[in-house]
Design a protein around this ligand. Structure first.
Ligand code: SAM
Length: 275
């Protein structure tokens, strides 16, 4: 239906390109528009608003995800100029701010995978937790304690709100600040499972992740890997991890989380460390 509507204003090729580049998060649509289509951006926004039933706002993503907070600039194309919305995933409800704190619906499969690995009684350190998506889904699924760290105050505030909307006070603990400093001050050797979802800087934070994790615990090490063949990206990220790690590590598994560009993949390596 959407393809049909877009074809009223775009060629079939243009409309294919556009449809693969948009996300719906609650009642907000975010669309990446190639340069050659920018003169039509308002028309694209108005058409999307008309055609997508639940949508109240359409934004154009005007910058890449960037900076320490991994946020992006958005420009309103149609509807309400509001970047906060409600989003539901696997029975949990979240308030997200699509401009001022990192959020991606494209990580939902990975969030479910991690939540399914968690066991009752675990302590988890989520080093780069954003608005608490992974932390809350894990704590909703199993009786665990999650330290949910983020350096962005907007993300930590939303995480606090999400903890109380999901009735997880005491199970998920929000901490605002730099993950390395916080681990050093209060979380050394506390974690059974440590998440490092800041793939661009994993190597820089690996020692802190190791410091947080108990001997025998698991680290989920995310990275961005260039691979000529998609099927090789998991193996390449395992090799990279083994080159940079200073501790004895048993690779439990590895996989592609999502493609991020031509021959570039976000990957995760799950490792059991011994100290
Ligand atoms: N795990 C979250 C999710 O999936 O929604 C967010 C991941 S996002 C890719 C990375 C997050 O790391 C951002 O929210 C950013 O604010 C945070 N961050 C960046 N540097 C940090 C640091 N030194 N310590 C703690 N958090 C940091």
């Amino acid at each position: 239906m959407l393809k049909k509507a877009m074809e009223k204003i775009l060629t079939p090729r243009e409309s294919d390109e556009l449809i693969s580049a948009f996300d719906q998060i609650g009642d907000i649509i975010i669309v990446r528009i190639p340069d050659f289509l920018l003169p039509k951006k308002k028309l694209i926004g108005e058409t999307l608003l008309q055609e997508v039933k639940k949508a109240k706002s359409v934004f154009y993503q005007a910058s890449a995800v960037e900076g320490d907070f991994r946020t992006r600039n958005l420009e309103i194309l149609a509807g309400e100029d509001r970047t906060e919305t409600e989003y539901k995933e696997f029975g949990c409800k979240f308030t997200v701010d699509v401009e001022n704190a990192f959020f991606s619906p494209r990580l939902s499969t990975e969030r479910e995978r991690i939540a399914n690995l968690v066991k009752d009684g675990e302590t988890i350190v989520n080093m780069f937790a954003g608005v608490g998506m992974f932390s809350i889904m894990a704590a909703k699924k199993k009786k665990c304690k999650v330290y949910s760290i983020d350096i962005n105050p907007v993300a930590s505030k939303l995480c606090e709100k999400n903890i109380s909307s999901n009735k997880l006070l005491g199970n998920v603990i929000t901490i605002n600040g730099d993950a390395s400093n916080i681990i050093k001050k209060q979380l050394e050797n506390k974690s059974d499972r440590t998440l490092m979802l800041l793939p661009e800087r994993s190597d820089e934070f690996l020692q802190s992740a190791i410091n947080a994790t108990k001997s025998g615990g698991i680290i989920h090490y995310y990275s961005h890997i260039h691979a000529d063949k998609k099927s090789e990206s998991g193996k390449l990220s395992e090799e990279h991890y083994l080159q940079v790690t200073p501790v004895k590590s048993e690779i439990v598994g590895s996989k592609i989380v999502r493609p991020i560009g031509p021959r570039f993949y976000q990957t995760v390596v799950d490792v059991k460390i011994t100290k």
